[in-house]
Design a protein around this ligand. Structure first.
Ligand code: FE2
Length: 123
């Protein structure tokens, strides 16, 4: 299983997923600047309001994030990575930050807040 590598533009906040990172030093640019790595659980924000929580219900993994879902501040997506499987569910403001995944025993959960970045939990 590969790690999730995201890069963000410090000017316009564009977010890109890197499938295979640059092996030289040129990196990736946006708005004329180098994009920066998005680090997990690294933003100065409430851990408990961003970390993905999970419980098992009828063999399914129910993932929630205890975060507001307002127009200006919300969880944009939740991702599951497990073995060779990867699923991303995009969310929207005014919707519940809740996603259900089937048939998964272990893996990594990610949640992305539009203001506070990437949050990760292994399970
Ligand atoms: Fe947030």
């Amino acid at each position: 299983m590969s790690n999730l590598l995201l890069k963000r533009c410090p000017k316009c906040n564009a977010l890109v997923r890197v499938m295979s990172d640059c092996q030289c030093q040129c990196g990736f640019e946006c708005c004329g600047e180098k994009m920066v790595d998005v680090l997990e659980n690294a933003t100065d924000a409430a851990f408990e309001k961003h970390i993905p929580n999970f419980e098992r219900e009828d063999g399914k993994l129910v993932v929630t994030v205890n975060h507001v879902m307002e127009d200006e501040h919300y969880i944009e997506w939740i991702m599951l990575m497990s073995d060779d499987r990867e699923e991303t569910v995009h969310l929207a403001p005014q919707r519940e930050a809740k996603v259900t995944f089937k048939d998964v025993e272990h893996g990594t959960l990610y949640a992305y807040c539009n203001k506070h970045g990437l949050w990760k939990r292994e399970f």
